[in-house]
Ligand binder design. Sequence first.
Ligand SMILES: NC(=O)c1ccc[n+]([C@@H]2O[C@H](COP(=O)([O-])OP(=O)(O)OC[C@H]3O[C@@H](n4cnc5c(N)ncnc54)[C@H](OP(=O)(O)O)[C@@H]3O)[C@@H](O)[C@H]2O)c1
Length: 316
Amino acid sequence: MDSATHYPQLELLRCRPALTPLHRLSRIAPMKVLITGITGNFGYAVYRRLRGRGDMDLYAATRNPERVSFLLEDPAVEARMFDFLDPSTWKGAVGEIDTLVLVRPPSLTKLRKYMFPFIDVCKNSGVGHIVFLSILGAGENNRVPHHRIEEYILRSGISFTFLRPGFFMENLTTTHRDEIRYNSELIIPAGQGRISFIAVEDIAAAAEQCVGNAEHLSRAYELTGTGVFTCSEVAGMLSEELGRPIAYRAPGTLAFFRYRRGLGESLGFIFIMNLIYHKVKKRGAERRTDTLQRVFDIRPTELRDFIREKSGVFRS
Ligand SMILES: NC(=O)c1ccc[n+]([C@@H]2O[C@H](COP(=O)([O-])OP(=O)(O)OC[C@H]3O[C@@H](n4cnc5c(N)ncnc54)[C@H](OP(=O)(O)O)[C@@H]3O)[C@@H](O)[C@H]2O)c1
């Protein structure tokens, strides 16, 4: 499949003039953009890219508006109460919103109960465009939740852009940070499978171009960086850049489950991690695309440069 997929069949679904994307996107008043997952890797990176743009008003969807207002230190951004698990917050959050930057929290697995009804509310509230953070391979892998979310958005008739990135480099500085920092270990059940990484900053830069841009409607973009590495190679790179040995350990599924559970992570998140890493172990996740460069004119961040730049995070 091409790394940028176009869904022309959607043109047929767009029958309500009020939702015609070109009409909405060419409006004179600033476009109202709501970002979910604003405190997370992607949401925050998108916020940093979009803030200060005169052609849009930014809104932050959050479970804790007070904390987010404090975090963003930006009076121009309105924090709106929003909890995927609390439907009473949905309508108020998406009211008058033109474009929704949608992040599925890693722990959210009950799509029928929460995600799909939320998308219905978006549709009924007149959201004109959803930029959805999906995952590489979601188009054909129906075991990942993102596949079903994409399908649901497609069927809703809301205009969309799907961003399907590979593995975040930021997994090293978030999910795996403490084991690297305190135990000098990288613990991932991926065996010697090869992984293509991408920096969240690069995905956010692509998202910035998609928000409010009719050129990117009805498109799914598979996004990766340039290099593919085994976790042993990543550990080697960490060792070189940090100046101390970092060991790679590849536990079995159950041991990994117990380890991450011991860190207090949700069952849903661990389940998805195991699923993805199992696939990496068996078949690798080496797929690379040139979409960042070709479609968005973004030069992908190299993993070594990322590790070097973030090396302070791994020092205790
Ligand atoms: N990691 C990867 O390698 C990778 C690769 C491709 C795709 N993805 C996909 O990217 C998505 C995660 O993006 P991310 O890394 O930016 O997320 P993240 O850093 O884990 O942040 C999750 C965000 O979701 C918010 N959130 C959690 N539960 C919520 C709820 N009930 N209601 C409203 N907001 C809630 C959190 O807000 P609080 O501050 O309130 O907790 C936080 O802002 C997942 O769907 C994942 O599958 C990840």
